[in-house]
Design a protein around this ligand. Sequence first.
Ligand code: BES
Ligand code: ZN
Ligand code: ZN
Length: 469
Amino acid sequence: MNIELIDTKTLVTKENLTIKIITPERLEKAKFKKTLKKAGFTAEQDTLCGMHGKSLLFCGVSNHEDENIKTAAVSIAKAIKGFHYKSISVDVTKENIRPLIEGFVLGGYEFNTYKSKPKKTKIKTLYLSCENVKELSPLFEEALIISEATCFTRDIVNTAPDDMHPETLAKLAKKLARENKLECNILDEKALKKERCEAMLAVGRASRHGSKLIHLAYKPTNVKKRIALVGKGLTYDSGGLSLKPATSMVTMKMDKAGACAVLGIIKAVSELKLDIEVHAFVGAVENMIGGDAYKPDDVLLSRKGDTIEVRNTDAEGRLVLADVLDYAQDKVKNPDYLFDFATLTGACMVALGQYTTGVMGHSNRLRHNLSKAAGAAGELTASLPFNKHLKKQIKSEIADICNISNKPYGGAITAGLFLDNFIKDENKEKWLHFDIAGTAYTETPWDVNVHGATGAGVRFMTQFLKSLK
Ligand code: BES
Ligand code: ZN
Ligand code: ZN
């Protein structure tokens, strides 16, 4: 379905369904109040009532706050899928255009790659009709770029692990680089050996797919800030020899969601043409079992030079990130910010639930600014605080650090503290770690999310980068 911004005067209403978003108060004064009430419609939030004789569809909202407009658009997007109209239209203002686009695009998202007979909607175009196209046009473009980048991220995460493995992910990154004029450098296993990324290489050793470190860079002419983004790209996490139980393994294609978020963000930033230099680093690896697999009891030498005692091969993301973070800090010296995105721990879901991204880092100010951006973007985040007691839990008796904690509590934070070990002193205050284990994927729809990948991180990070001056 196309989305077009159109002047109300030029809107052709033939074979068009007009959407009316209405509050309970407004319903009292509505022209069709009697008919609507007869149908039991009270304009309650997200409820719908069609008057197809008049080609009208009403949707209730409690008030015109962004969150309510957004979920109303989600309900509409789902309901209209089977309708036989050529187009639909809705009145937009500069206040509601963004939540409407996000609701329609993200709530109407479908992943049909593996459906042999996907249901096609008859609706060709969604018209956003307004009085002043010129004024709304930049807002329209921006909301569309961000929503489509989120869907781009979702598509990659949703792709089956045998189709989206480190090699195909690297190919896809190359294609994105070509299309969006980004610099692209991909390190294969030979190059990774040269870089001494032994921790990352160990995780991927039992896979038939070669590990890849992907580096994309967006370098505009007037650079105001430089940012390094790092994403965990486990294209499949079986747990390795510390094998996951069967039911926990299902959905582990989503363990690349951090990497896919980082790709979505650099896509959005380059299309929005922000004056910010963005580097995206992805550690693309598959964690498998086999005679060649890395083992609990192995000691790995990280790129930084610290030794890591492996006590659980399912705590693999932090091993990959240790090397990729170290590499990123060498390639992007003195960045303004360094952010990593990872589906890192089940413990983060236990702590915060499925709907909230865990934010960790040393700078209170940065965490505050980030949470402001997330609020504005409509994503939930919460801080998980570091402390020196939890830091002791990842000490090793035989190596410099251990890849798991020696106590069962605080697992999201101890994983964050493990990453902190690989952050250079000069970058400590510039770094944040986002644990998107809960937010990146869902099997039950919520908010603008449908079954599968959510694209967590794309909207809040793009919002944060947009807010930088
Ligand atoms: N990829 C998982 C974390 C995860 C779990 C993401 C559930 C999304 C949903 C990660 O690699 C992992 O397995 N972590 C272990 C760490 C443990 C062995 C210390 C975990 O969370 O159980
Ligand atoms: Zn794991
Ligand atoms: Zn993992």
